[in-house]
Design a protein around this ligand. Structure first.
Ligand code: MN
Length: 255
């Protein structure tokens, strides 16, 4: 699944590129090794992370989320998190090759000089990558599959789950996210400030909604509650079931 795709893709590309160089021009390979050992700040300006393309057309979630909101949110806001994460990683060789999930799960291991930048921007990158994936023009309706069972057993009914989720999203003061997380086998609704991802505190995000004003203001203005209520029309339960399966597989046999 596409839970932590970017760095793997990058690794494949760079291996292939190196192989081509090895065959065609050993001198170029030697040069590239020298370049690779240089401090990252002096290497190529592009960092290791890329903005994933939106998996559907920008206007296809309208009227729930407008095309303009999607264009600005994806192309500007998410791109900025990616760019700032890359800048932090480029400046910090010890962070090279790590997935954004690994970075936020181990913030204590991130040098203090870039810890806040990594927290905010790796968080922003992970959060938004999930957000695009768990929405769909064909979304909405009642939950299906395993997530339907989780919602029923943990919250009694889908209506009750939605009400609790929306309430937590409304109550988040300022900017942040509302989540359904798995926490040591229990399923809970939580909210986080800024771009904090539940992985920071060892919880796994099954699904989440962005309650920053940039996610809804062009259409809903100050009415965050209306956005939270409408958002269920585009929720992609198939993608959420994939995340739930990923969590269960990761934790299978862990007790
Ligand atoms: Mn956002």
């Amino acid at each position: 699944m596409s839970f932590s795709p970017e760095s793997k893709e990058e690794t494949r590309v760079s291996r292939r590129t190196l192989l081509q160089w090895a065959v065609a021009a050993p001198a170029a390979l030697a040069l590239s090794r020298v370049a690779f050992e240089m401090p990252f700040a002096q290497a190529a300006p592009a960092g290791p992370f890329k903005l994933p393309p939106l998996p559907y057309a920008y206007g296809s979630l309208a009227p729930t989320i407008s095309e303009m909101t999607m264009r600005i949110h994806h192309d500007k806001h998410h791109q900025t998190y990616v760019d700032k994460l890359n800048a932090a990683v480029v400046a910090t060789p010890s962070l090279a090759g790590k997935t954004p999930q690994t970075l936020i799960q181990n913030l204590a291991a991130v040098p203090e000089s870039v810890r806040t930048a990594v927290r905010n921007n790796a968080g922003g990158h992970v959060n938004h990558t999930m957000y695009w994936e768990i929405m769909s023009p064909n979304g909405g309706g009642a939950p299906t599959g395993d997530i339907a069972e989780v919602i029923k057993s943990s919250f009694g009914s889908f209506d009750n789950f939605k009400a609790k989720f929306n309430e937590a999203g409304e109550k988040r003061f300022g900017s942040g996210w509302v989540w359904l997380v798995a926490d040591k086998g229990e399923f809970k609704i939580v909210s986080t400030p800024n771009q904090d991802n539940p992985l920071i505190t060892g919880q796994f995000p099954i699904m989440g909604n962005d309650v920053w004003e940039h996610a809804y203001y062009l259409t809903y203005q100050n009415k965050r509650a209306a956005y939270l209520k409408a958002w269920w029309n585009v929720v992609n339960w198939n993608a959420i079931n994939s995340r739930l399966r990923y969590y269960k597989n990761q934790n299978a046999g862990a007790g």
